[in-house]
Ligand binder design. Structure first.
Ligand SMILES: Cc1ncc(COP(=O)(O)O)c(C=O)c1O
Length: 397
């Protein structure tokens, strides 16, 4: 089908919740995507932090094929091998004792909201309020937008879930001021991703841990975007010297197939009874088999160290551009292979368009950030190419 025909039908039949550029992606290979007209794009979006291993990864395709031929789906009423294996792998390689599986980030977040509230109501003597952060992002369902600290996601969907308070990110005094005797959990992204790539300080996350311990509250980390190796450690919290009580995962965990996971300590798990929560497709055998493969590949010797090294290269390149064009880039923020350049002369959309004209895909976030999210398998040479192209765009802007 021709590009214009696909776009015409998209406009006619799909609910218009996205504004998509005018090309149609058809296939991918490695770190490249190809459109219907045969154009090739270097992908620094990775399906928004999903395609850690790029496109057409042999091990992921094999995991899909083998499992799909054997058993594609059965109800969670029954035991299956892949989801059990995945749960063991997640528990043995994190702070957690238990895992609940679902299908997306927002579902993993909703599960975290339910589990922490159940704990608060039944174990902690009737605590039900959440403390979340301004500028956060946790998904698009009602519970998720209610705990997302950005009014633009709330507008028109009120009334929101009651019992949510907000404080300022990286500001412990504002947290102390917003806490109540009814707060059951503090909800935080160690790196606020959609909000514009703001990295928490170690002191801030450690302070939240202490507050939770002192006042009998749970600490919940949303690692949906920054977990699974993105920052150069399997989970980003490992770089802050702080462990949460609950953590949400999704995106890259499924290697391109949908999965969500809510990890928790036994203390939280003890509050949950059979029947309290469920998901028909949660860790379906195919996606669970892929996730087992994804985790094994992330933990292969040297892989995470490679991300750190490539991340330093990306940071150095972007910082050099910031020094060269201080009137156009005010700040570089990020860690590992998630970085944002804060642009001050025009909108991120203008920059996205300029990159696209040069056959590179990057993504916006926040109000003024151009985000770089390459597949974790990206080679240094490709990072160098993107920096050179950014330099050219900035020179001409
Ligand atoms: C930190 C964070 N939490 C939750 C979500 C929601 O995930 P999903 O789109 O899979 O529902 C996202 C998506 O971007 C995210 O970045």
């Amino acid at each position: 089908m021709r590009t214009d025909k696909v776009i015409e039908q998209e406009h006619q039949y799909i609910l218009q919740t996205y504004s998509r550029p005018d090309f149609v992606l058809e296939r991918g290979n490695g770190v490249y995507l190809f459109d219907l007209d045969g154009n090739r794009y270097l992908d620094f979006v990775s399906g928004l932090a999903v395609n850690a291993f790029g496109y057409g990864d042999y091990d992921i395709l094999k995991a899909i094929e083998e499992q799909a031929g054997q058993l594609m789906h059965v109800s969670n009423l029954y035991h299956t091998v892949p989801s059990t294996g995945l749960s063991r792998q997640l528990v043995e390689n994190s702070f957690a004792d238990r895992v609940f599986f679902c299908n997306s980030g927002t579902e993993a977040w909703e599960a975290a909201l339910k589990f922490t509230r159940k704990w608060g109501n039944t174990v902690a003597g009737g605590k039900y309020r959440y403390l979340s952060f301004n500028n956060s992002f946790h998904g698009r369902t009602i519970g998720s937008i209610s705990t997302t600290g950005q009014p633009k996601y709330h507008q028109g969907f009120e009334p929101l879930l009651p019992g949510v308070d907000f404080a300022d990110f990286n500001d412990l005094a504002s947290v102390e001021a917003a806490l109540t005797d009814e707060t059951c959990a503090i909800l935080v992204e160690p790196i606020q991703a959609e909000g514009g790539i703001h990295v928490a300080s170690q002191e801030f996350l450690q302070g939240l841990r202490s507050l939770c311990d002192e006042r009998d509250m749970l600490l919940v980390f949303d690692e949906i975007q920054v977990g699974m190796g993105r920052t150069g450690s399997l989970w980003s919290y490992q770089q802050f010297g702080v462990e949460p009580d609950v953590m949400t995962l999704a995106k890259a965990l499924g290697g391109g197939l949908p999965i969500g996971a809510t990890l928790m300590t036994q203390k939280v798990a003890d509050a949950i009874q059979p029947g309290d929560h469920a998901a028909t497709f949660g860790a379906n055998p195919v996606v669970a088999n892929v996730a087992v493969t994804v985790l094994a590949k992330l933990m292969a010797e040297g892989f995470l160290e490679g991300i750190q090294e490539k991340g330093e290269y990306l940071r150095a390149g972007l910082e050099k551009l910031q020094q060269r064009y201080p009137d156009k880039i005010s700040e570089i923020r990020g860690r590992g292979l998630i970085y944002g350049a804060v642009v001050t002369d025009t909108t991120p959309a203008e920059y996205l368009g300029a990159f696209r004209e040069r056959e590179i895909l990057v993504a916006p976030c926040g109000t003024d950030v151009v985000r770089f999210l390459p597949p974790l398998v990206v080679e240094k040479e490709r990072i160098g190419e993107v920096i050179d192209v950014f330099d050219e765009i900035l020179r001409q802007a």
